[in-house]
Ligand binder design. Structure first.
Ligand SMILES: Nc1ncnc2c1ncn2[C@@H]1O[C@H](COP(=O)(O)OP(=O)(O)OP(=O)(O)O)[C@@H](O)[C@H]1O
Ligand SMILES: Nc1ccn([C@@H]2O[C@H](COP(=O)(O)O)[C@@H](O)[C@H]2O)c(=O)n1
Length: 209
């Protein structure tokens, strides 16, 4: 199954809850784009230069650890995960994500994972796993998402909201919902409410309704 959606709409929190309920892993595609961005920044690569970015990726083998309680990304013995949600990675990641070679690098790693799993990101239901059984797409207004994120980071809500709107805009091409996705506005729902809706959708899908 796939869970796509806009930035900070709850994809990883919801995927983790759903994965735990179903006893399967989830895959965070966004973490791999973030790892690619971190490597490019550390190598001082021009983020719009695909050759330079792919050269940086070639020297940094990574492994996505798809734990249901939260994915981690490893570079040999180094756990990159705590560095992947920094403001500098947030700021650069959309530039990296438009590069076709980087998208192929991410997708190849995702497609090596044996199913079943919950795959979350932007284009899981459209491009990467178009034949997935059940598909969901999470939305919420930029203000709601910024307020939620402000509880995780010592930043001003207005600044977070502006950055989310910018990232949504830069990610627009790969972020269209699949035609067969169930769209969920998470604004009026708490986390358990969204997880419950997704699990109910999975049940309906399994029952063929
Ligand atoms: N329905 C909800 N109600 C309240 N808080 C929520 C809800 N969904 C998610 N959150 C909170 O919003 C924040 C963002 O959620 P999360 O990190 O899962 O989003 P994301 O879509 O994976 O983000 P990103 O696109 O930046 O990787 C987290 O603090 C999470 O706990
Ligand atoms: N399927 C995807 C997933 C992510 N991206 C890009 O990565 C950025 C970070 O993703 P989060 O899920 O952690 O927000 C996102 O802003 C996109 O630029 C993508 O292109 N496709």
């Amino acid at each position: 199954m796939t869970i796509d959606g806009v930035a900070a709409s709850g994809k990883s929190s919801v995927s983790s809850g759903v994965a735990r309920a179903l006893g399967i892993p989830y895959l965070s595609s966004g973490l791999l784009y973030r790892a690619a961005t971190l490597f490019a920044l550390e190598d001082h690569a021009d983020l719009s230069d695909q050759g330079a970015v792919l050269a940086a990726l070639g020297t940094h083998p990574v492994r996505l650890e798809p734990l249901a309680e939260g994915n981690r990304v490893w570079q040999n013995g180094r756990d990159l995960t705590p560095e992947l949600h920094s403001t500098r990675v947030d700021h650069g990641v959309s530039a990296i994500a438009v590069l076709p070679g980087v998208r192929a690098w991410v997708n190849e790693q995702l497609r090596q994972v044996p199913p079943p799993f919950v795959a979350e990101g932007r284009d899981m239901g459209t491009n990467v796993f178009p034949h997935a059984g059940a598909k969901f797409y999470l939305t919420a207004s930029p203000r709601v998402r910024a307020r939620r994120r402000a509880q995780e980071r010592p930043e001003d809500v207005d600044a977070i909201e502006a950055a989310l709107i910018r990232r949504d805009d830069l990610d627009r091409v790969q972020s269209a919902p699949a035609a067969d996705a169930v769209v969920i506005d998470t604004g009026p729902l708490d986390l358990d409410g969204v997880i419950g809706k997704v699990l109910a959708g999975v049940q309906r899908h399994r029952a063929g309704q």
